[in-house]
Design a protein around this ligand. Structure first.
Ligand SMILES: [Fe+2]
Length: 363
């Protein structure tokens, strides 16, 4: 049994605590993660509207690889390794471009996420355009970045804007999804949530949860919740950031639709804008957080929206998360770090740990 197998076996015996230090800083483990986990995932890399004309391209940097994504024609977008021009797997799902670096044939996106179409169409993801893009290079291991994203235990103390915009009881009860909060909070929140669902459906909108179609991708789903009573969008005053509704929405219901494709590829969307969130490992202690803000393709900048208003909420929250995560990394690197227990509001992290340990074990 080698060292990694011992570490994995020990971690699997202790599902309720964080991973050992080695997982967050050892180059050999990071290299294995790239081969066994990252290169087998469909990584969301951008929106089709970034390269509308044949011949247009952009670069996607992951690990030590540079991938070029190029529009060949009106209907064809290809991806190649930038140096050797070897093609890599690419698929477009509802306007979102995904690449897969696996040497084997990966599962079809349609098989994995076919159940997301109803929400994606309601949101109009394929009929969107880019309002803004920002990158937040973060000096931390990729697992610390996604662990931070998938729990909201830290939201009240660390994110004053997030906590002002989002319903406090919702953060407590379902900060990181249903079943991630204390039972008493969930009991109090359930009727409030059901009331919102009833109102949203009365407007003709879809609500609910659509599970991702494949266990292989971990705990994935598309779901809808609401921001906070009286809030139409994720803005400080709750007013819309864009006058043009996205997709098929018939009005502002104040909902947020979240599409989790895998822990590295997430889309969150209000009635008026969507935020593509990408987490990309660049080195054992380096991760890129990339946001692409989308609005309806008919919305006019300066007339219907100001990119600054669209960007504000997730920009301020992500700059805070970058600091928190970099501090976490410094803590993990310290000689006195020991795995600590997850709180009830970090139930997602225990699931994430199981997902990770399964995949790092498969050659
Ligand atoms: Fe956060």
């Amino acid at each position: 049994m080698n060292n990694l197998e011992k570490l994995v076996a020990s971690a699997q015996q202790n599902p309720g605590v964080t991973l050992e230090q080695d997982f967050y800083c050892t180059p050999e483990i990071y290299e294995l993660e790239l081969t066994r986990i990252i290169s087998r995932l469909w990584m969301m890399v951008g929106h089709v509207s970034r390269i509308p004309e044949p011949g247009q391209y952009f670069l996607y940097e992951i690990g030590q690889e540079s991938i070029i994504i190029i529009r060949e024609s009106e209907t064809v977008i290809n991806a190649y390794h930038n140096v050797y021009r070897d093609p890599c797997h690419i698929q477009v799902f509802e306007g979102l471009i995904f690449i897969n670096l696996s040497e084997d044939e990966p599962p079809d996106l349609e098989t994995l996420y076919g159940s997301y179409h109803d929400f994606a169409e309601q949101q109009g993801l394929a009929r969107a355009k880019i309002a803004n893009m920002k990158s937040y290079p973060t000096r931390a291991n990729w697992k610390l970045v996604i662990e931070n994203f998938f729990e909201c235990y830290h939201c009240a103390p660390s994110h004053p804007e997030y906590s002002a915009v989002h319903d406090r009881l919702k953060i407590l009860a379902r900060g990181a999804g249903k079943g991630t909060g204390p039972e008493a909070a969930e009991r109090e929140f359930t009727p409030v949530f059901e009331q919102w669902e009833t109102e949203s459906r009365a407007m003709g909108h879809l609500t609910g949860v659509y599970p991702g179609g494949n266990e292989e991708t971990g705990d994935v789903r598309a779901s809808r919740t609401f921001i906070q009573k009286g809030f139409q969008s994720e803005t400080m005053d709750g007013k819309p950031a864009c006058k043009v509704l996205m997709g098929n929405y018939r009005g502002f219901d104040g909902g947020v639709t979240v599409f989790v494709f895998n822990p590295m590829s997430i889309v969150q969307a209000t009635n008026d804008f969507a935020v593509m969130t990408q987490f990309t490992p660049r080195g054992v202690l380096d991760t890129d957080i990339t946001f692409t803000w989308l609005v309806d393709e008919k919305a006019q900048e300066g007339v219907d929206y100001d990119p600054e208003d669209i960007t504000f909420f997730w920009d301020v929250t992500t700059r805070q998360d970058k600091t928190i995560t970099e501090n976490n990394q410094a803590g993990v690197l310290s000689g006195v770090y020991r795995p600590g227990p997850y709180s009830i509001q970090e139930a997602n992290l225990s699931r994430l740990k199981t997902w990770y340990l399964q995949r790092i074990s498969v050659n």
